[in-house]
Design a protein around this ligand. Structure first.
Ligand SMILES: Nc1ncnc2c1ncn2[C@@H]1O[C@H](COP(=O)(O)OP(=O)(O)O)[C@@H](O)[C@H]1O
Ligand SMILES: [Mg+2]
Length: 147
């Protein structure tokens, strides 16, 4: 029996609790979604990008956060991570000057994300009700081209 298929755009949203297992569950969910939608070539890069963003959302906010995956064409996926902390980190806010210092132990994750993503950005979410406010950091990645 042929599987019913959903052609892009498709989207999934995963709500995550403030729990150290959240980023791992987000990675496993992303792998399943991309595999099922025939985007195997995108899995490694998308997992790296999403992992950095959800780990930051867990670490730098104090409330539940969410991962959104959206197919954007046959070989492109958009990963968005919302969290309740309104601060947009410097590497995604356009005001970063240079990267972390050579000896810095931290602060390389978002630089790596910017370099590995096809495109990236951030925007604030306005609103005063619970579940609103905060910001979204997003990235898009595409499958590597075959030579
Ligand atoms: N979701 C976020 N909300 C608020 N601040 C963040 C968020 N993600 C990252 N930051 C800030 O940006 C800095 C750089 O993040 P990153 O490059 O991932 O490095 P690291 O996580 O190792 O500190 C963090 O130290 C933190 O101050
Ligand atoms: Mg980080």
């Amino acid at each position: 029996m042929a599987l019913a298929t959903v052609t892009p755009p498709w989207a999934y949203t995963l709500q995550l609790p403030q729990d150290p297992r959240g980023p791992g569950i987000a990675r496993a969910t992303l792998r399943t979604v991309l595999l099922v939608h025939g985007m195997r070539d995108l899995i490694d890069t998308a997992e790296l990008l999403a992992s950095e963003l959800v780990t930051n959302a867990y670490r730098y906010s104090s409330a539940p956060y969410s991962l959104r995956l959206r197919g954007a064409g046959r070989d492109r996926v958009r990963v968005g991570v919302w969290d309740s902390n309104p601060e947009i980190p410097a590497p995604f806010g356009g005001c970063a000057v240079g990267g972390p210092s050579v000896l810095a132990e931290r602060g390389r994750g978002l630089q790596l994300v910017r370099e590995c993503a096809e495109s990236w950005g951030a925007y604030p979410i306005r609103g005063g009700l619970p579940g609103q406010g905060g910001k979204v950091l997003w990235v898009e990645c595409t499958a590597p081209r075959n030579p």
